[in-house]
Design a protein around this ligand. Sequence first.
Ligand code: HEM
Ligand SMILES: *[C@@H]1O[C@H](CO)[C@@H](O)[C@H](O)[C@H]1NC(C)=O
Ligand SMILES: *[C@@H]1O[C@H](CO)[C@@H](O)[C@H](O)[C@H]1NC(C)=O
Length: 323
Amino acid sequence: MASYSMNVMVVVVLIVLLYECTSAQLSTNFYSKTCPKLFPTVNSAVQSAVSKERRMGASLLRLHFHDCFVNLNREGCDGSILLDDTSSLTGEKTAGPNNNSVRGFNVIDNIKSEVEKVCPGVVSCADILAIAARDSVLGGPSWNVKLGRRDSKTASFSKANSGVIPPPTSTLNNLINRFKAVGLSTKDMVALSGSHTIGQARCTSFRARIYNESNIDASFAKQRQESCPSTSGSGDNNLAPLDLQTPTAFDNNYYKNLLVKKGLLHSDQQIFNGGATDSLVKTYSQNPKTFNSDFAAAMIKMGDINPLTGSQGEIRKNCRKAN
Ligand code: HEM
Ligand SMILES: *[C@@H]1O[C@H](CO)[C@@H](O)[C@H](O)[C@H]1NC(C)=O
Ligand SMILES: *[C@@H]1O[C@H](CO)[C@@H](O)[C@H](O)[C@H]1NC(C)=O
């Protein structure tokens, strides 16, 4: 009897230890003692940036996504996207999915310096990205951001190019598989694609779709062609809203557009194109509350991708360079 309860106890202790080692150790109250003013500080800096330029909310949301989606086993949400190139390091900023496209670095610098004023050397740049992404979704869902990520000391151009961030030419299967590879489900993928309810894309990201695809509304294609010439060159960086109806509001119009073949990117229309995700797109188009809660849950899962924790990495002083 005694040895039985001893065994049970050993098993329980082992399970607890195993859990401690494998869990990411992020928590919503990570800075509650060390930086109690963190949330209002980030929030007011995000608000002021977005009031200067509405698109900035979208750009900050996307930065967190591209930070998290880099490499399968390491280098998830670790602030690596923020590192500038140096003579000895080519980082992620000029990698294919990012070059001439990701933005908001000055705003992150500004948020970081405000945070450093209230609690110097405490809050990681990776966590600032996660909080800023939440606060950028103005008018949309909110959620409790998990924190405790540390910053990488390095970044990898080749890993940012290694095909974890899906290109806009992706098929539905590509999209499903790339999200699956970082532990996100098909449902997470469809919900997170709803980020494209805000923000802009360059002509080069949707040119082939508006000139050559058949699952696109003809008048919508024609309208987009007016500011996106068919041949590459000077028009490459011309912008168009990802959500043609309400490009600055975080709502479910993105999904309504897909139902009438008005997705801007090839990859957008893939999630409503006769395949397995059609029914979920319909659900989100009809039920903004379901979209909001699935989106929030998926953002928390995305923020959990391979963080550095404990004594790994560092707390960068300047988000653009390792200490
Ligand atoms: C499902 C796979 C996805 C693909 C293929 C994709 C692709 C793209 C592309 C090509 C652009 C336009 C870039 C440009 O032309 O400069 C874009 C913009 C954007 N993406 Fe995604 N994306 C995906 C998922 C996501 C996710 C998961 C998020 C956030 C959680 C996100 C947030 C955004 C935002 C907010 C913008 C607009 C950024 C701005 O205006 O600065 N995307 N995306
Ligand atoms: C990034 O874009 C710039 C400007 O278009 C271009 O000159 C440069 O070659 C690009 N870098 C990479 C690595 O593709
Ligand atoms: C459309 O497809 C044709 C035939 O494959 C190709 O030559 C052309 O470059 C494509 N146009 C665009 C804008 O992608």
